[in-house]
Design a protein around this ligand. Sequence first.
Ligand code: FAD
Ligand code: NAP
Length: 572
Amino acid sequence: MSSSHPSVDAVVVGAGFGGLYALHCLRQMGFSALCFEAGDGVGGTWYWNRYPGARCDVESMQYSYSFSEELDQEWTWSEKYSPQPEILAYANHVADRFDLRRDIRFETRVVAATFDEARALWTVETDRDDRVEARFVIMAVGCLSAANKPPFEGMDDFKGPIYHTGEWPKEGVDFTGQRVAVIGTGSSAIQSIPLIAAEAKALTVFQRTPSYTVPAYNAKLDPDYVARVKAGYPALRAKARSRPTGFYFPFNAQPALEATPQERQRQYEEAWARGGLPFLGAYGDLLFNKQANDTIADFARGKIRSIVEDPATAALLSPDNVFGCKRLCVDTDYYATFNKPHVRLVDVSKTPIERFTAEGVVVAGRTYPADAVVCATGFAAMTGSYDKMRITGRGGLTLAEKWAAGPRTYLGVASAGFPNLFMVTGPGSPSVLASMIQAIEQHVDWMVDLMAHMRDVGARSFEPKVADEDQWVAHVNEVSQVSLRSTCSSWYVGTNVPGRPRVFMPYIGGFPVYVQKCNEVMDTGYDGFVLDGTETTGNAPPEVRLTKRWHVPLDMDVISPAMLAAKRVPVV
Ligand code: FAD
Ligand code: NAP
């Protein structure tokens, strides 16, 4: 029998870093919660992506939760960029330390969520026939969690195994003595190719678009360095939050074209020698000014030519698009791997993969024999995991219908017509353009605060106003146009998967700018939202709870007032 009482206050979908933190915060604030996770363990990205070489590209001492000083002090990362098993162990440690598992149902996929307007409750259904009623649903389903598996013709005929990097077998794969084909040359391919090449008898890499990649210079962490960082962890976390990316690294705000060619060369060499994503912080205008970008792109192509011995292969590996337009990759020995005699690069930019046969992969009528194929073909990013569920809001409208021409949210956190449904790092929030764990923590803190506020004032439902959502969508779009990042085809704009609308999905205005906007909304009594069908006044009622407010001064060495005015916040 139905009543207007939910069985839990909130259902959380997903037990990656987002879902785990949501569970923790909900409990802290006295809400009951139940989490469903499709996998049989916690960790999300780090549970699914077990391919050889998988590791983070934001330094581990920053790619970790910041909410608990005790956790920061007791956990010790072993490497600058720790490998997937260690990040997964960390997620498991967090789940145990904060006793989160008892509220997680594993191997259970949410297939539908339906809002009952009269009772202001969601009914959540799973593939194990659960039906749970909840006042709130927190979607922590991940931005890079729905594998993109291009339906190549003849895949079923292939006689060997076909793997996807984002759904890698738990037991691992031994490629020793095998002929392996890798499809794709994005971050996952670039991390795995050198290690697959080390095992395989022959490796063929099918490249549609070359990526820019910068050396990681990964290394074991020196215990003295770790101790120093731990001694000043709160200060480092604060500095990180004030950066457009939500993580801290040396950054030079000077425009590239103000430097002489010799100065630029020196600057790029120094930045290359430090390696990693901070390479893109060599100058402040690299993602706004095509001429400036050409200088770093030329430098990177020079590096490729200096490493790859065969000029034709070097040319094929050299991107001609904007440097950093697609997500910059970070590698260990990627380019040098193409100097090995058993590694071959096949260009599929003009002649796409035709089909699979029992023997291998066919391009332009030629069969490239393989014993195993690795699809490093990425994800239906940002919205892919939402698309897999039937989410029905007010008036029977589904989220898929509403988002048919591209996702629409207010602040990336909620969507009009879908009351009481939160999205962790949803489209329209900085999400993948920030260090994700910081972005997750900020989002979850903000959401749970809104829930607590609603409890305080006796509200049953919240929802963004259409006008504010429209303005936010327009703003996200406008800001993206200022950046060169919007100029190429990438998963940021959805075009990596055929048939998806071209929309720049993450908010590129910078993490602290975004956080200030969220704070403003909170300070004004949730301006832009309706609570129980009533517009908020725009004046903060005294009850507004600001328990988890994020303090994020802008780092003015990196974000100048002029940049802000021109919406040219440099996001690396
Ligand atoms: P996820 O970790 O993706 O977790 C979502 C969970 O939801 C998954 O476990 C999934 O099974 C579950 N789920 C989805 N739909 C359903 C459903 N319907 N029912 C039940 N469960 C469901 N970010 C960085 O900032 N730095 C990095 O260095 C970095 N490296 C990365 C490396 C790789 C290989 C990849 C793929 C991504 C990387 N990212 C990185 C981004 C990474 O996704 C985030 O940092 C972070 O782990 C996301 O956490 P999440 O909880 O939001 O999502
Ligand atoms: P990706 O960057 O989207 O790369 C997918 C690759 O597959 C691209 O080279 C793409 O070519 C190719 N591809 C897709 N469909 C194809 C087809 N039909 N035929 C031929 N080639 C095809 O995916 P990803 O490498 O998994 O990375 C996704 C994101 O996850 C990254 O950008 C990053 O944010 C995160 N990640 C991070 C790390 C890390 O270093 N920490 C590692 C892995 C992933 P096109 O470019 O032409 O589309």
